[in-house]
Design a protein. Structure first.
Length: 135
């Protein structure tokens, strides 16, 4: 969902409607369960419809077919750790860019805040706004 959020921030057409804001919040929030991911996906699709964007149907795209993956062996514990680490790094990178863009601080400052306060988006926004007013 981080890719969807980056797309929304960097390439989404104006104006931004209420579904855009809901989808951006869903896609940038903590996605800790399959339900969270599915809700973010639905919010993104609703925002795309609101913006009159064409979204490719997963059922019609053979490149997105996951059937072969279901028959594959489950990933090893080291692969799972590597994937989780990559997901966490992707989430951090996205939040850093998001916070910097939304508040006007630099990405370096946003990354420092992330390491100081963690990945709580609301807290990051609050601290970034405070930092921006100090400079």
């Amino acid at each position: 969902m981080a890719q969807a959020a980056v797309f929304m921030i960097e390439r989404w057409p104006e104006p931004h409607g209420p579904r855009y804001r809901a989808a951006l919040q869903a896609c940038t929030g903590r996605l800790t369960s399959k339900d969270d991911v599915e809700n973010a996906r639905r919010a993104f699709l609703a925002a795309a419809k609101e913006a009159h964007l064409l979204v490719k149907n997963e059922d019609e795209d053979p490149d997105l077919d996951q059937a072969g993956d279901r028959r594959a062996a489950p990933p090893s514990p080291s692969d799972q750790k590597r994937r989780e680490r990559a997901r966490m790094e992707e989430e951090e990178d996205f939040l850093v860019r998001f916070i910097a863009r939304e508040t006007g601080i630099t990405e370096v400052q946003a990354r420092e805040l992330f390491h100081m306060v963690g990945g709580d988006r609301a807290l990051l926004l609050s601290e970034a706004k405070r930092l921006k007013t100090q400079h």
